[in-house]
Design a binder for this molecule. Structure first.
Ligand code: FAD
Length: 289
């Protein structure tokens, strides 16, 4: 099923993100974690893709397994920054052969030291065009940044390029994580003011370990509200309390998003069935499960 059809549904739902193994030896344990999450029947599951291409084959095998064995629709990510046109075309053919319906078209982070090297793909918009022209009826997603992409010169530039990505064929967008919902609501207004009319799915990252904070800031540059910083300061040294407090914070963000009219929230569940299950349990009545 296409993601756009799923999110048209007025029923409140959660989708989860998982990442594929980097090595063959980790395959079985990661596959079984993704299966545990799939067994919770989320609205869909996204499977990330290593920008270096190393985990590409696992992205497809994990996505195929979730879809075929659990009937959960999947969104396979694809990046282009370190790839040649020929490799991307091969990956697209692999996706078609695997029956993938939903693709997240991403540039990927530029590997360190390669900033000034010649690249066949400069921006995700080129991958969106390639997918659109591939002859397959893919439902295409793109990434967006309520707090502006770290490389962007300005909010206006970021929105201008986002609009180009949508005009090139994105059917929906998913946001980078944020910890202050007001930033997301402001972004929705700004995007709509720029003529971006596709659905925008908010992405929420449950921070359940203090050491995830630094990585989250590095990845997303997200603003951390005082309420969130106090929580990490108070519970960061107690892993069990931090897990519970982080899940409660994410649950609170999701309830607010639902209350404000969002119908599907994407949870960066990081292959952690325990986190996915706890959030679903917290929301069982809200979700009618
Ligand atoms: P782009 O849309 O190309 O934007 C990158 C930058 O270039 C922005 O600053 C933008 O304003 C600018 N820009 C865009 N178009 C133009 C243009 N035509 N001219 C000039 N400037 C332009 N990474 C992975 O490696 N694997 C994943 O699976 C993955 N999944 C993700 C899922 C989500 C929901 C998000 C939000 C991010 C994900 N990422 C993933 C991270 C992502 O690859 C990085 O954030 C990357 O730096 C940007 O990718 P993009 O597709 O947003 O790039």
């Amino acid at each position: 099923m296409k993601i756009t059809e799923i999110i048209k549904n007025k029923k409140l739902s959660l989708s989860f993100e998982v990442f594929p193994p980097k090595t063959e030896s980790a395959f079985d344990s990661i596959k079984s974690a993704t299966e545990e999450i799939a067994a919770l029947s989320p609205s869909f599951m996204s499977v990330t893709y290593g920008a270096g291409g190393g985990t590409s084959k696992y992205t497809l095998s994990i996505a195929e397994n979730i879809e075929k064995s659990y009937g959960v629709p999947t969104l396979a990510h694809l990046t282009c920054v370190s790839s040649t046109r020929a490799t991307v075309r091969e990956r697209i053919e692999d996706m078609k052969a695997a029956g993938i319906k939903n693709v997240m078209a991403l540039r990927g982070d530029i590997p360190e030291g390669m900033e000034n090297m010649p690249r066949e793909y400069k921006h995700a918009v080129e991958l969106v065009r390639e997918l659109r022209g591939s002859g397959a009826d893919f439902c295409i997603g793109g990434a967006c940044y309520p707090e502006v992409h770290p490389e962007s010169g300005s909010k206006d530039d970021d929105l201008k390029y986002l609009r180009m990505k949508v005009d090139a064929g994105c059917d929906f967008l998913t946001t980078q994580m944020f910890f202050d919902n007001e930033l997301f609501y402001d972004f929705l207004d700004a995007a709509s003011g720029c003529g971006i009319n596709v659905p925008i799915i908010p992405g929420v990252m449950p921070i359940t370990k203090a050491n995830q904070v630094e990585r989250a800031i590095k990845l997303s540059g997200s603003y951390m509200p005082r309420r969130f910083i106090s929580l990490v300061d108070r519970f960061g040294n107690d892993p069990v309390a931090m897990m519970q407090a982080g899940i409660a914070y994410a649950t609170d963000q999701i309830i607010d998003l639902f209350a404000c009219g969002i119908t599907n929230v994407h949870v960066y569940s990081m292959n952690n069935p325990r986190v996915a299950r706890a959030i679903l349990n917290n929301l069982s009545d809200v979700l009618g499960k």
